[in-house]
Design a protein around this ligand. Structure first.
Ligand SMILES: N[C@@H](CCC(=O)N[C@@H](CS)C(=O)NCC(=O)O)C(=O)O
Length: 145
């Protein structure tokens, strides 16, 4: 397995509305890593074969595909990128107590963000359907276009 992030091809599966996917992208950009970004167009309703294969447990984005390894969960991805790309800057603090604090706040944010993004994504679909007169509010909520 590659010890250095620059030795293998890197792909990140994400979707435009996902702050979790953005977290992975920011980590890769901080390390100036070259990677291919693959957009999941409608991750709530239709998942690509690549996503299902690379994250069979949660079936969620983001997934980092590094060579033949799939890394799931955004915080796990950030730590993996930090450790696999030894170049500066370091993403997590070097002191273990500071790292514990960083993880605490990251988990705290996650606990509050995911319900917000799911509402945001479903409302975005609702407004799209209403704007194009494809459905009434009630229809769009139950069957968004
Ligand atoms: N704890 C996960 C959360 C990932 C997540 O909730 N991803 C959402 C997009 S924001 C998703 O893929 N949802 C698809 C689904 O729920 O089926 C992480 O940090 O990566």
């Amino acid at each position: 397995m590659a010890q250095n992030g620059s030795n293998s091809t890197v792909k990140l599966l994400g979707t435009w509305s996902s702050p979790f996917a953005l977290r992975g992208r920011v980590a890769l950009h901080l390390k100036s890593a070259e990677y291919e970004y693959i957009e999941e167009a409608d991750v709530l309703n239709s998942k690509s074969d690549l996503l299902l294969k690379s994250n069979p447990i949660h079936k969620k984005v983001p997934v980092l595909i590094h060579g033949d390894v799939s890394i799931c969960e955004s915080l796990n991805i950030v730590e993996y990128v930090d450790e696999s790309w030894p170049s500066k800057p370091s993403i997590l603090p070097s002191d273990f107590k500071d790292r514990a604090a960083a993880r605490f706040w990251a988990h705290f944010v996650d606990g509050n963000v995911s319900s917000f993004t799911n509402t945001f994504v479903s409302d975005a679909r609702l407004f799209k359907g209403l704007r194009s007169n494809q459905c009434s509010i009630k229809d769009c909520r139950t069957n968004p276009k």
